[in-house]
Design a protein around this ligand. Structure first.
Ligand code: FAD
Length: 380
C-alpha cells in the first residue's frame, strides 16, 4: 500500500521530536516537552496496542524504598547515590499528586510496611539502628522527618505468620498504574502529541542534523531528535547500554472477605511485594527464586514463580488456617535493570537521547527523569 500525498503531508512528515515507547517515561517526557515548547511537533511510537512494558503491568506502589532495600542500596552504591534516587522518588510522587486528582488514579495514602521474617537474612537486631540512621539521612538531606518507625505491635492485627518485626513508612501510597497511564496519554494527546500504537521501531540512524527511524508499519520516519524510552527492551535499539530485561510476575486474588492487609508491603529487600486492591490481594516478585529464567523480556508467567508467590501468601500473609483464595489474574511485565539503580539519561549518538534503566521504581521517578531529559534535549 502506498501512503497518500495527504498522509505524507501530515502524520508522516518530519517531526521535531519522536519518542519511542509510551510507558510512563515516554508519556511524561512528551508532556514536559509540550509544556515547555507547545509548538513542537511530537510523535510517540509504541510497539503495543496498549503500552506493553511495565507501566500498566506493575504493582502501583508509590514508594521510595523500604529499610532493608535502602540499606542494601547504601552498600551497593554509597550514601549519596542512594539519597539521589530517593530524592527523585520523593519529588516524583509529589509531582504525581500535584498533577492528578487522587480519585482519577485511585491514589490512597495508606502507608507502606516492611516485614522481617523470623528466619530471613536481615538481622532484626539491626532494625532500630538502621531506622535511626536512615531517618537522620532523610532529615538532613531531604528535610523529611520520621520517614520510618517500627510498628511490630501491628503484626497480630494483620494476621501475619512467621514475621518478627514490622517497619512503617507513613508517606507511602498506592495507585492504579493503568489509570495513571490513561490520564497521561489523554493529556499529551490534548496537547497535540500523535501516538502511533502497534508500531515497532526496528532501526535508528542519525547524523548531526537529523534522525531516521525504520518502523514495521509506517516505513521510515524522520525527526530532528529522537528519544528512546523503551527501558527493559532498549538493548534491541541501543545494544551498548548497561540495561538488561528483568521480568516481574504478579497475581491478584478474587475478593477475600475481611482481608486484613491494607496498604503496601515489602519483604526481603523488595523481592516480594504485596498490597490490597480494595478487598483483593495483589502479590508480586520472587524473581530471586529464578534469576536466570527471569532475565528475559518474554511476557509470560512461569509455574516456578507463581507457585513461590502462592506459597509465600499462605506461609506469611494470610492468617493461619485461611482457605487458599482463588487467583483471579496472573501477568508479567518487563523492568530494566543494570549494575546500579540509577537511571541512564543521556545523548547516546548525535541527536539520539535515552532515558532507561528505571530499576523497578519507574512509577515514582518517571516525572523527574522526564524533567531532566527534557532539559537535556531542549538545552543541550
Ligand atoms: C511486575 C512489576 C511490578 C512493578 N511494581 C512497581 C511499583 O509498584 N512501583 C514502581 O515505582 N515501579 C514498579 N515497577 C517498575 C515500573 O513499572 C517501571 O519502572 C516503569 O513502568 C518503567 O516505565 P518506562 O516508561 O521506562 O518503561 P515501560 O513501561 O516498559 O515502557 C516502554 C515502552 O516501550 C515500548 N517499546 C519497547 N520497544 C519498542 C520498540 N522497538 N518500538 C516501539 N515501542 C517499543 C514498550 O511496548 C513499552 O510500552 C514494576 C514493574 C513490574 C514489571
Amino acid at each position: 500500500m502506498a501512503w497518500s500525498f495527504w498522509e505524507k503531508e501530515t502524520w508522516l512528515s518530519k517531526y521535531d521530536i519522536i519518542i519511542v515507547g509510551a510507558g510512563f517515561v515516554g508519556l511524561w517526557t512528551a508532556y514536559k516537552l509540550k509544556l515547555k515548547e507547545p509548538h513542537l511537533k511530537i510523535a510517540i511510537v509504541e510497539k503495543g496496542v496498549l503500552p506493553t512494558g511495565a507501566s500498566t503491568k506493575n504493582a502501583g506502589f508509590s514508594c521510595f524504598g523500604s529499610v532493608s532495600e535502602l540499606m542494601h542500596d547504601v552498600a551497593l552504591m554509597g550514601e549519596s547515590a542512594m539519597l539521589k534516587v530517593v530524592e527523585m522518588r520523593y519529588k516524583g510522587l509529589k509531582e504525581i499528586n500535584a498533577t492528578f486528582p487522587q480519585h482519577s488514579i485511585d491514589y490512597h495514602n495508606l502507608g507502606g510496611y516492611e516485614l522481617f521474617s523470623t528466619t530471613g537474612k536481615y538481622p532484626i537486631d539491626r532494625l532500630r539502628g538502621d531506622i535511626y540512621y536512615l531517618n537522620n539521612l532523610m532529615s538532613s538531606m531531604l528535610g523529611l522527618t520520621h520517614t520510618f518507625h517500627e510498628t511490630s505491635e501491628k503484626i497480630a492485627e494483620f494476621g501475619f505468620q512467621h514475621v518478627a518485626a514490622l517497619a512503617f513508612s507513613p508517606s507511602e501510597g498506592q495507585l492504579h498504574p493503568a489509570k495513571l497511564v490513561q490520564n497521561l496519554q489523554q493529556m499529551v494527546q490534548q496537547l497535540g502529541v500523535t501516538i502511533f500504537f502497534k508500531t515497532t521501531v526496528e532501526k535508528i540512524e542519525s547524523n548531526e542534523k537529523e534522525v531516521f527511524i525504520q518502523t514495521d508499519q509506517l516505513g521510515e520516519l524522520k525527526s530532528n531528535r529522537l528519544i528512546v524510552c523503551t527501558n527493559g527492551f532498549v538493548k534491541k535499539l541501543l545494544p551498548s547500554l548497561d540495561v538488561h530485561p528483568a521480568r516481574g510476575q504478579v497475581f491478584v486474588t478474587a475478593p477475600i472477605p475481611n482481608l486484613k492487609v491494607k496498604g503496601t508491603f515489602h519483604f526481603d529487600e523488595g523481592f516480594y511485594y504485596f498490597r490490597n486492591v480494595g478487598n483483593q490481594l495483589l502479590l508480586g516478585g520472587a524473581r530471586n527464586k529464578a534469576f536466570e529464567a527471569e532475565h528475559t523480556d518474554v511476557m509470560e508467567t512461569s509455574t516456578a514463580i507463581q507457585d513461590a508467590l502462592e506459597s509465600f501468601m499462605m506461609e506469611y500473609i494470610l492468617p493461619a488456617g485461611s482457605p487458599h483464595p482463588t487467583i483471579e489474574s496472573r501477568w508479567s511485565g518487563i523492568m530494566g535493570m543494570g549494575a546500579i539503580k540509577q537511571p541512564i539519561i543521556k545523548e547516546v549518538q548525535p541527536n539520539v537521547f535515552c532515558a532507561v534503566r528505571m530499576s523497578g521504581m519507574g512509577v515514582s521517578i518517571s516525572p523527574i527523569v522526564a524533567a531532566e531529559l527534557t532539559e537535556m534535549v531542549l538545552n543541550g
